[in-house]
Design a protein around this ligand. Structure first.
Ligand code: NAD
Ligand code: MG
Length: 389
């Protein structure tokens, strides 16, 4: 019946940039005719979370912050929508029987709930790259064991996923991740030294959440994406290339053993990747601006500068060392990034702190269980916090 054809969908991080774009795509794909929204989660923005839950008839709304539970409950009074909060609330949202989960919480906070959804076999649309950066192979294993599909939403990985034919996987020689270069692509180290978070968050092409925007300016976003790609596509570090492409029209490329390079192109709008994951394996109709090649007229490329953007070099090092180095890099990066946003440290200091923490923790053994991943992340945060003093 039609009822059964509805997709049951949970959005972890529905109040963020990816989350609100996902609800917009849901609307374009038929809204409540086509989807049942199972659970929505947010953090500080309770009014938006409550509005979304009511508008989409969600079964459960969860705020990650326990101190917001009372106001969420009040906002949902009389609606029949259940409210919950904190870590246990996020896990409850992930474990509800939605066949499809959008993982769009920012940072390592998304790891535990996304894992819970993966373990019970939900199809995971993965925006939260930190899952793969920190937990890598263990996360992939959890998805395989659960039996759900892993659908990349990060635009670069979604592009590769779109052009990488499963039956030609053996012939993949390399992948080429494109990077816009961010707002400081042409700035000198001296100019970057004193920038504030407000300046660093202004991305030239993409509209995104605060943290990923600043990570784009430092190219830590690309660093995370290199590690993400390694795990997603089962590649060796040397098969992963980065090219700066300021127009963000080519979203990434796959190079094959016969010399062919396949690319996915489009206007920079995350709804393409979200829609591709939501409609997979079909394609959907979306009112996204179409590429006008005559207007575009040219596409530029340049090699990334690893002196001004050491994040790229640090990602290579983390990939080559393997083990928990992804968790170490990310934990230290998140701590340094939060300090930068709070105005407590400089823009260039972020990479220095990450490198120092990686130096100190280079002997950590590979993770056997998820607890080892969480422990490495915690150690990296503590060391980074100490260096920030
Ligand atoms: P955002 O900051 O706009 O939204 C983050 C969401 O996570 C919000 O719903 C927020 O309430 C929630 N959240 C924040 N802290 C939390 C915590 N401690 N516990 C639980 N929930 C918390 O971020 P975004 O730009 O939407 O990015 C989400 C994820 O998607 C990130 O991992 C990012 O790297 C990835 N991503 C985003 C884009 C993009 O265009 N925005 C593109 C590619 C990948
Ligand atoms: Mg990306």
């Amino acid at each position: 019946s039609r009822e059964h054809a509805k997709r049951r969908l949970t959005i972890l991080g529905s109040t963020g940039s990816i989350g609100t774009n996902t609800l917009d795509v849901v609307k374009h794909l038929g809204g409540r005719e086509a989807f049942e929204i199972v659970a929505l989660t947010g953090n500080g923005n309770v009014p938006l979370l409550a509005r979304q839950a009511i508008a989409h008839g969600a079964e459960l709304a969860v705020t990650a912050d326990d101190s917001h539970y009372t106001s969420l409950k009040a906002a949902l009074a009389g609606t029949g929508i259940a409210a919950a909060s904190g870590r246990s609330g996020l896990i409850e949202a992930a474990e509800r029987d939605a066949g499809w989960v959008m993982a769009a919480i920012v940072g390592n906070a998304g790891l535990a709930p996304t894992l819970a959804a993966a373990r019970r076999g939900a199809d995971i649309a993965l925006a939260n790259k930190e899952c793969l950066v920190s937990a890598g192979g263990l996360f992939i294993e959890a998805v395989k064991k659960g039996g759900g599909r892993l659908l990349p939403v990060d635009s670069e990985h979604n592009a590769i996923f779109q052009v990488l034919e499963e039956h030609q996987r053996q012939a993949v020689e390399r992948i080429i991740l494109t990077a816009s270069g961010g707002p400081f692509r042409t700035k000198s180290l001296e100019e970057m030294r004193h920038v504030t978070a407000d300046v660093a968050r202004a991305h030239p092409n993409w509209s995104m959440g605060l943290k990923i925007s600043i990570d784009s300016a430092s190219m830590f976003n690309k660093a995370l994406e290199m590690i993400e790609a390694k795990h997603l596509f089962g590649l060796k570090p040397e098969q992963i290339e980065v090219i700066v492409h300021p127009q963000s029209v080519i979203h990434s490329m796959v190079g094959y053993t016969d010399g062919s390079v396949l690319a996915q192109l489009g206007c920079p709008d995350m709804r393409t990747a979200i829609g591709y994951a939501l409609a997979y394996p079909s394609r959907c109709d979306l009112p996204i601006e179409r590429l006008d090649f005559a207007k575009l007229s040219r596409l530029d490329f340049e090699a990334p500068d690893e002196v001004r953007f050491p994040a790229i070099r640090l990602a290579r090092r983390a990939m080559e060392q393997g083990g928990v180095q992804g968790a170490v890099l990310n934990g230290a990066k998140e701590t340094a990034l939060e300090a930068f946003i709070a105005g407590q440290t400089g823009f260039l200091t972020m990479a220095e702190i990450v490198e120092e923490v990686m130096d100190k923790l280079s002997d950590l053994p590979a993770a056997v269980t998820m607890d080892d991943v969480f422990a490495a992340d915690e150690k990296a945060r503590q060391l980074a916090a100490g260096l920030l003093q």
